[in-house]
Design a protein around this ligand. Structure first.
Ligand code: UD1
Ligand code: CA
Length: 476
């Protein structure tokens, strides 16, 4: 894992662990899923916090405290390489740390993060740690000054200008005068590990929730004549927690807009960016234009000079330079070569590879398909498990019948083939180079190069038949 540049010096002086509290139920979300697995910016909240922590210490020094739906959380984060500590019963943030005592033995310093506050940055974590070590404090808390501090614990400093903190008072216990305080407890701390565990058993459950509050450690250390200091976060949004769905959406919006701003700074035009959903790992090159109501998700990469029109959803796909994605396309796990034109309303399912300058039009569905350079499938078509060469024209309503009820089979259409409208190509089948398939054919045998395949009933024309029918109907 890469580390923040400024973390080297204090690490050599002390062993630092990061504990992430992630055991809570998230009652206020009214969800059957654990809070830390709810998503913002396209990823679970906890994944953001782990990613930031992993910039500061190796994953093996990250201890995630899990409890509510612990197995779900453990599974979702299994790839991260972090350790898990089980807090079987969730008896408060103080209790979460009590449970982690064994896992933290042997460390000098622990930084405590909240699994539900995903916007924390490695820079701020490093700043908290450095300040803590410089002040030789028992406890250091990160604070922020908020316009609307309601719901957060308030900071009681010894005096306005002092680094030293007297206590943290939770919202429910705060007096009207204390509620006016706008400096709040972010829920991120640094502790001296030996001092924390020498004093943590002094916590009590004598409060509104009947829980062990980690925040009470400030007053406990005060009484024990240990130093408690506070440092403000660089940006207040970094500390925002997501206790409610509304808070979750504020965080999501903030992350998404941040991503759009970064892309715009890199030369991408985004109209009405507040309507677009672009995941963090997405890359877009300069001079591409993204219209309103577009979603670009997962690990998608979009080249330069593309136009992504409204209502398109692109996931884990690679779109090369100069591609036009017209309105309403859905593109999943696919690859599109330069200057191809898609849509409106094309559906590229996984494994679609659309060649340079190719066209895929209205209501065309592709799956596991290679469409060659300059080939066209413009209307109402299904191409599945097919290899289509260059310069091929697929007529409207063409269907590759790739499934026989048990297995999938491949259709091969070589360069320069013309498939007439409303044809069904029953796989496995191969249409040789330059061949023609007559409209409305059902092709069940291979077609050789340059041949014409005609697989339909011959037309019968009965002169005067319709007129005679109408007359008969009038008489009856
Ligand atoms: C906490 C702080 C509050 C601070 C706010 C910042 C306490 C008592 N209060 O309140 O001062 O302003 O964070 O966001 O700490 N958790 C566990 N085990 C438990 C309980 C909670 O792991 O037994 C985890 C939760 O999953 C969550 C984190 O700890 O990730 C914080 O808990 P939460 O209940 O959200 O605390 P707040 O009420 O937000
Ligand atoms: Ca919270």
């Amino acid at each position: 894992m890469p580390k923040a540049a400024n973390d080297k010096k204090p690490l050599s002086a002390s062993r630092t662990a990061i504990a992430i509290m992630a055991a809570g139920k998230g009652t206020r979300l009214k969800s059957k899923y654990p809070k830390v697995l709810h998503e913002a910016g396209g990823k679970p909240l906890l994944a953001h916090v782990i990613a930031a922590a992993a910039q500061i210490v190796p994953a093996s020094d990250i201890h995630v405290i899990i409890g509510h739906e612990a197995e779900l959380v453990r599974k979702a984060m299994a790839d991260s390489g972090v350790n898990f500590v089980l807090q079987q019963e969730q008896r408060g943030t103080g209790h979460a740390l009590m449970v982690a005592q064994q896992a933290l033995a042997g460390y000098d310093t622990v930084i405590v993060l909240s699994g539900d506050a995903p916007q924390i940055t490695p820079e701020t974590i490093a700043k908290l740690r450095d300040f803590h070590l410089a002040k030789k404090a028992a406890m250091t808390l990160l604070t922020a000054v908020l316009e609307r501090p309601t719901g957060y614990g308030r900071i009681l400093r010894k005096s306005a200008k002092s680094d030293d903190v007297r206590a943290i008072v939770e919202e429910k216990a705060a007096s009207p005068a204390q509620k006016i305080i706008r400096e709040i407890n972010a829920g991120f701390y640094a502790f001296s590990v030996p001092k924390l565990f020498r004093n943590i058993q002094k916590l009590s459950t004598n409060n509104a929730h009947g829980e062990f509050y980690l925040t009470d450690m400030a007053a406990i250390f005060g009484k024990a004549k240990e130093r408690v200091v506070a440092i403000e976060a660089n940006h207040p949004h970094e500390i925002l927690g997501s206790n409610t769905r509304a808070e979750l959406m504020e965080i999501d919006q903030h992350m998404r807009l941040g991503k759009c701003r970064q892309l715009m700074a890199d030369g991408v035009t985004i109209f009405f960016p507040h309507t677009c959903v672009i995941d963090n790992d997405v890359e877009v090159a300069a001079d591409t234009v993204i219209e309103p109501y577009v979603q670009i998700l997962g690990k998608s990469r979009i080249g330069a000079d593309c136009r992504i029109r409204s209502y398109s959803v692109i996931r884990n796909s690679e779109i090369a330079d100069g591609v036009v994605v017209r309105n309403g396309c859905v593109i999943d796990d696919s690859k599109v070569e330069p200057r191809a034109i898609l849509g409106p309303y094309s559906h590229l399912r996984p494994g679609s590879e659309i060649g340079e300058g190719a066209h895929v039009g209205n209501f065309v569905e592709t799956k596991k398909v290679k469409l060659g350079k300059g080939s066209k499938a413009n209307h109402l078509t299904y191409l599945g498990d097919a290899e289509v060469g260059a310069g091929v024209n697929i007529g409207a309503g063409t269907i590759t019948c790739n499934y026989d009820g048990a297995k999938k089979h491949t259709t091969v259409i070589e360069d320069g083939v013309f498939v007439g409208s409303d044809s069904t190509l029953v796989a496995p089948v191969k249409i040789g180079k330059g061949a023609y398939v007559a409209a409305a054919s059902c092709v069940t045998y291979d077609v050789p190069e340059d041949a014409l395949a005609l697989g339909r009933a011959r037309q019968v024309t009965k002169e005067g038949w319709a007129k005679a029918k109408r007359q008969a109907l009038c008489k009856s």
